[in-house]
Design a protein around this ligand. Structure first.
Ligand code: SF4
Length: 490
């Protein structure tokens, strides 16, 4: 499971934007490893450098030296299979009669094909099959007739789906979040300007301060030369649809989303996991690195109460927390290995158990998710091969039963082990003594949200957007595209 994109935008007072953008992209590298790019504007012309590869591979000193200008945007991307080529690398740029546009997008539109067909019918030529280009062309078209804020509002009325965008219109930088706020976007203050970024860790990297999350349906316009920002609430919506997996899996633990440190949210989910399905074992062990915060919260809660919810006696230390699986940091991420056979070998390359921490012991292994079940099966087997007497598996999120259509590269429904198996069947498949997931209600409760304000599509099969062949859990009716004319009367 991988996040597909990270976005950033800065406006600075007298300092070139290229290097801050480059460092911010480094901080967002976990959100996309296939391509990286920066677009800047120096007040006269736009400069762009976008290539396939990691941030450190895509840019060198000479590339950054020619990205002139105090305003700019950046992007890191992980494309889905089938579109692994440079035509979908971002930021996407368009030049048109009234200037130049750059666009970085995290998310996925559900009506991109409709808008592409309509724009192609009136002469727009598309160079990629990506939905970002659709947004760029629609916005460029509106900008021929309207001012910036009206043009963005007009485009927001036409595009549907999930999007967190950073946009450059000449040397003005904008940030936009879809009306349900599915993907994260936050605003930060730097010493000499402002920054918009997918995660606050990028703001920290530049020694900035997090101001706040960009609100769902909000447009933020950074003033030129980093002097301030303007906010426009362009679309109001009754409910949000924040992706709960950002808190569980995708975002960096040191990022703050919805005013909560992701690390703390994961620890609290781990605590709730103990309260909901704790099992007394000798050792609690995280799957590194994904299960670490959950396991720490779980073990903390286990040191306070028994699995039955009783306070522990003073001489009862509860369960031991141990790092029993060591990670080989020089092995690439397993998801880039395409075949099942290679994936299985990758787990053994990546993790090695410390025999003395597991031999003869009952072990609770904690992770944040089970996707195909391959990794969990391998890990349970590894621990048993090292002499673990029993292995109990606990997962800090509900079962993933359905794919994501909102910008996460997840397995297909057929590949998801929980799509057609009960928890007990999965337990049997991974050969654990017991298996429990955190309930959906607990996730919402711990994150301090009503269920209806979260996207839970991949764990419930009910999506917050209209998706062909899938169920929805809310009113997603939207005007026909024909009711949203290409040019607004306003
Ligand atoms: S379907 Fe799952 S991964 Fe996708 S946005 Fe919704 S909660 Fe996030």
């Amino acid at each position: 499971m991988t996040e597909k994109c990270g976005v950033v935008g800065v406006s600075l007072d007298g300092r070139d934007a290229a290097r801050p953008l480059y460092y911010a992209l480094y901080a967002l590298q976990h959100r996309g490893q296939e391509s990286a790019g920066i677009i800047t504007h120096d007040g006269f012309q736009q400069h762009s450098h976008v290539e396939m590869g990691l941030v450190g591979e895509v840019f060198d000193e000479s590339d950054l030296d020619v990205l002139n200008g105090t305003a700019g945007i950046g992007h890191v991307r992980y494309p889905t299979a089938g579109s692994v080529d440079s035509s979908c690398a971002q930021p996407f740029s368009v030049s048109f009669k009234s200037g130049s546009l750059g666009l970085s997008h995290n998310g996925n539109l559900v009506n991109a094909d409709e808008i592409r067909d309509e724009l192609a019918g009136v002469g727009h030529a598309f160079t990629s099959d990506g939905d970002t280009e659709v947004i760029a062309h629609d916005l460029a078209r509106n900008l021929l007739e309207e001012d910036l804020v009206r043009a963005v509002k007009h485009t927001m009325g036409r595009i549907h789906g999930s999007y967190a965008l950073t946009i450059s219109h000449d040397d003005t930088v904008l940030g936009v979040r879809d009306p349900q706020g599915n993907r994260p976007l936050c605003l930060g203050k730097l010493e000499d300007g402002y920054i918009l970024a997918s995660e606050s860790a990028a703001i920290d990297t530049l020694d900035g301060d997090l101001v706040r999350d960009v609100r769902p349906g909000e447009l933020i316009v950074l003033e030129k030369d980093g002097q301030g920002y303007d906010s426009y609430q362009l679309v109001e919506n009754d409910n949000t649809a924040h992706c709960f997996f950002e808190h569980v899996y995708f975002a960096r633990p040191d990022s703050v989303i919805d005013e909560t440190l992701v690390y703390e949210a994961r620890r609290n989910l781990g605590r709730r996991l103990w309260e909901e399905s704790g099992v007394e074992t000798d050792v609690v062990m995280p799957v590194p690195d994904s299960g670490r915060a959950f396991a720490s919260g779980y073990a903390d809660a286990a040191s306070e109460t028994t699995a039955d919810g009783e306070m522990r006696e003073e001489d009862d230390d509860g369960v031991e927390f141990a790092e029993g699986l060591m990670k080989n940091r020089y092995v690439g991420r397993t998801f880039i290995m395409p075949t099942q056979d290679e994936r299985e070998r990758a787990v053994r390359l990546k993790l090695n158990p410390i025999k003395s921490t597991v031999e003869g012991k009952t072990v609770t292994l904690i992770d944040d998710s089970i996707v195909r079940g391959t990794t969990s099966t391998q890990l349970v087997q590894l621990l048993k091969d090292c002499g673990a007497a029993e292995v109990h598996m606990r997962i800090g999120a509900p079962e993933i039963v359905a794919p994501c259509y909102m910008g996460i590269d997840m397995a297909t429904r057929e590949e998801l082990i929980a799509s057609d198996k009960t928890v007990d069947q999965i337990r049997t498949a991974i050969d654990a003594e017991s298996l429990a997931y955190l309930s959906t209600d607990s996730v919402a409760d711990v994150l301090g949200k009503d269920r209806i304000d979260l996207c839970l599509g991949c764990v419930t099969g009910n999506y917050p957007y209209e998706i062909d062949g899938e169920e929805t859990d809310r009113d997603v009716t939207r005007p026909e595209l024909g009711d949203q004319p290409m040019y607004a009367d306003d």
